[in-house]
Design a protein around this ligand. Sequence first.
Ligand code: FPP
Length: 242
Amino acid sequence: MANENMTGIPVHVSMIMDGNGRWAKERGKERVYGHFEGVESVRACVEAAVETGVKYLSLYAFSEENWNRPQAEVDTLMGLMVKAMANEMPALDKNGVRFMVIGNRERLSNDLNEVIDSCMAQTASNNVLTLIIFLSYSGKWDILQAAKRMAVEMLENPEKADDLLDMDINGFDRFLATAGIPDPDLIVRTSGECRLSNYLLWQGAYSELLFVDTLWPDFRKEEFRKAVEYYSKRDRRYGKVK
Ligand code: FPP
């Protein structure tokens, strides 16, 4: 959803959580140890988002490409998601956090889908912060599924063909998996990598980008506040002249 935010506080902050494996390796531990520690950073960022007045916090937790990791790591990560969601839900709900998962859920296990459905239902009416976990997600997947949904709608309603020709950019938004969610004002990637890795390709068209060297397990409240401060100093023009 288009979002021309001109205020100092970002409405929607999105994080590409990267560097868990390296963080663990630096300590002579298995990669999964970095993922466990990464959950602590998730909790810290949720708290910091609430404290700074950010309304949407989204996290790139697992990409479509991540399915190609060794099966043992994929299994550990999926198990970690189930546990983390179940454990954190009472506190999230108590603090008014609405929980959402966006991505290709057909690829997720029944266990995981069940816990996601229950967490989403339990927190649906909360409005302090919306926490979105992008799981089995990629930007190209999203654009393609949106195009397919649009094509099906047109095939089923040929009389609407003129509406399709008249459709503008905002009209296409409703087919995306993120329909109704403001586009991210700020996308932060940790661990020194400077790329989007197939994340929010449509929605991130005007996002401010911040690449920090901090590895995700070390990205806590102070780093989150610094990212918001960085954003508040940006001059956003959306292609216009001020
Ligand atoms: C990237 O680090 C991190 C991931 C692919 C997984 C992140 C997931 C979590 C922290 C769990 C989140 C849980 C919930 C409920 C949201 P990497 O493994 O690519 O690190 P590397 O680049 O150092 O190898």
